[in-house]
Design a protein around this ligand. Structure first.
Ligand SMILES: Nc1ncnc2c1ncn2[C@@H]1O[C@H](COP(=O)(O)OP(=O)(O)O)[C@@H](O)[C@H]1O
Ligand SMILES: Nc1ccn([C@@H]2O[C@H](COP(=O)(O)O)[C@@H](O)[C@H]2O)c(=O)n1
Length: 260
């Protein structure tokens, strides 16, 4: 296997398929996952076998670090700061993204919000793809990770809307009660958004106001990705043609010249 090297924060000298890496950031419940889902839907990638997908999506939540028992007790009372950069294992995230960029198959755990823990037994296999979407509140916070993205999107949804959605989602899907959600929001989520997430908006290439409601912005992004995928397909078929020509030359049955 080739060594993965970085030059000026970008990958260099790698084998295999190097995907186009798109970072999708924004505050909690801004619609990051929904925007990624819309992009995947519009590109016809959702009802497709995982091994065949040209576009895949992963979440930063798969890189929350493991908590000690004392931290889990705090988390159960809404007293752990999951919005601080220290809550993440950014080294593991960088390593995984480098593997993905090197065109290697990876395994990424899912995250269990009810138990505040990763579910290593419920990992998702990420097969080599042409485009990889990486969504999360702090995907632009760590410079080593920020520098890996070829395109950066920031989902910008007003904070009242985000809080309203978060309350409903956390109660219905993440096993929380109202007091817990509001206390965590006031004590950690909101201050951390202002200190760590919001300042990273300046790194974005495209800001998407109103998230998934902004169909114009989503269609423009989808069009850009579609053009990229078409170019990938063109260069794949050119590579295949070259391969056929060289193979036949080696077998001695035909006399094609090696193509470059
Ligand atoms: N445009 C929208 N209109 C209504 N509800 C939305 C919209 N976008 C997202 N939601 C809902 O808000 C919640 C958070 O959205 P999600 O995409 O998971 O946000 P994030 O990934 O940023 O946390 C989910 O319950 C989702 O269904
Ligand atoms: N055990 C956990 C882990 C994370 N959170 C919150 O999730 C938010 C990030 O996910 P989004 O889908 O909203 O982007 C983040 O704001 C954490 O507060 C949690 O509550 N419990």
């Amino acid at each position: 296997m080739s060594e993965i090297m970085k030059v000026n924060g970008k990958l260099n000298g790698i084998n295999g398929k190097t995907p186009f890496l798109i970072g999708v950031s924004g505050g909690t419940a801004s619609g990051k996952s929904t925007v990624c889902k819309r992009i995947m839907e519009k590109l016809g990638q959702v009802n497709m076998d995982h091994t065949q997908r040209q576009v895949v999506c992963i979440t930063q939540d798969s890189f929350y670090r493991e908590l000690s028992s004392a931290e889990i007790l705090k988390a159960e009372k809404g007293q752990f700061n999951f919005d601080h950069p220290a809550a993440f294992n950014e080294k593991l995230m960088e390593k995984t993204l480098l593997e993905i960029l090197a065109g290697r198959k990876c395994e990424v755990p899912t995250y269990d919000y009810r138990n505040h823990a990763l579910r290593p037994d419920d990992s998702i296999i990420i097969y080599p793809a042409d485009v990889v979407l990486v969504e999360g509140i702090l995907v632009f916070y760590f410079p080593e990770i920020l520098n890996l993205f070829h395109m950066k999107l920031f989902v910008d949804t007003d904070s009242d809307t985000r809080l309203a959605r978060r309350v409903t989602r956390d109660i219905n899907e993440r096993g929380r009660d109202l007091d817990q959600v509001l206390n965590q929001y006031i004590n950690f989520v909101k201050p951390a958004f202002e200190e760590f997430c919001s300042p990273t908006k300046k790194f974005a290439d495209v800001i998407i106001p109103r998230g998934a409601d902004n169909t114009v912005a989503i269609d423009l992004i989808v069009q850009h990705i579609r053009e990229y995928l078409n170019n990938c397909q063109k260069s794949d078929s050119e590579k295949n043609l070259r391969h056929v020509a060289v193979t036949r030359t080696n077998s001695g049955e035909a006399h094609f010249k090696r193509q470059h």
